[in-house]
Design a protein around this ligand. Structure first.
Ligand SMILES: [Zn+2]
Length: 257
């Protein structure tokens, strides 16, 4: 079992990270992917990686809501980090027009820059999209024939969008929101091949039922797997195995030359 999106380096976990990790291992988690938010995430992620060797895959990137006036400096720090080879991919990156649309142009520019790096360095991307699905997809489409691959984390699009992106080799990251009765994705997710799905928590955010509203953590991944197993009408062990394989193959995949 792999949690493909978790922010265990945030202050929310500072006081009890050992217990959180023990519960994760107890629940059967073999690995967690840690996406950065900005350059300041990187040393925190490195610390965690040293404390729990072999447990994490690290991703470096500039999150769309963290684009401030110094974003060019942020980008060059992140680019340098990526070139060190210590990172499995680029994330989280994307577009977010939920709270603030004033930096839409910069968001698009920063996204394109990081997608170019992904192609150049042959690395997968972890995409964050909120209230900006059409805008993001318009940009990602420019990369369909360039070998770009990755995950639409916490997938919030509709069926047609899901179908289009999985047909182009992207994976959908499914987390706690799939357990919410009002989740739009519940209606169609089982029409998407399970080979295109990975599971995540987005901890400390978006806890699955029955922990909705509380702090999320990787040991809650089984609640996501159970919800998916019910929707697909498949055995939960099978869903666990298949989604883990999907995550591993994204990490190991290289561009077909
Ligand atoms: Zn995240």
């Amino acid at each position: 079992m792999i949690d493909t999106h978790t922010h265990l380096y945030l202050p929310e976990f500072q006081d009890d990270i050992d217990e959180v990790m023990a519960r994760a291992e107890g629940a059967g988690l073999r690995r967690c992917w840690l996406p950065a938010i900005d350059a300041s995430s990187l040393p925190l992620m490195q610390d965690l990686d040293r404390r729990f060797p072999g447990y994490f895959s690290l991703f470096a990137g500039l999150h769309p809501t963290e684009i401030t006036d110094d974003y060019q400096a942020q980008l060059s720090l992140i680019y340098k980090a990526l070139q060190s080879g210590a990172y499995k991919g680029i994330g989280e990156i994307g577009m977010d027009l939920y709270w603030d649309t004033s930096r839409k142009k910069e968001q698009e520019e920063v996204l394109r820059t990081q997608l170019d790096w992904a192609v150049e360095m042959d690395l997968p991307v972890l995409l964050h999209v909120r209230n900006a699905f059409d805008e993001t997809l318009a940009i990602v489409r420019e990369y369909y024939n360039k070998g770009l691959r990755g995950v639409f984390h916490c997938f919030s699009g509709n069926y047609d969008q899901a179908k289009e992106i999985v047909e182009h080799g992207f994976l959908l990251g499914i987390g706690g929101t799939i357990t919410y009765k009002n989740s739009a994705q519940r209606a169609f997710i089982s029409h998407i091949p399970l080979s295109s799905i990975v599971v995540e928590t987005d901890a400390p955010y978006l806890s699955p039922v029955p922990f909705r509203g509380k702090r999320n953590e990787p040991s809650y991944v089984p609640y996501v797997l159970k919800a998916l197993a019910d929707l697909y009408a498949l055995d939960v062990d099978f869903v666990e195995k298949q989604t883990e394989e999907n995550a591993i193959s994204l990490e190991n995949q290289k561009k077909h030359k």
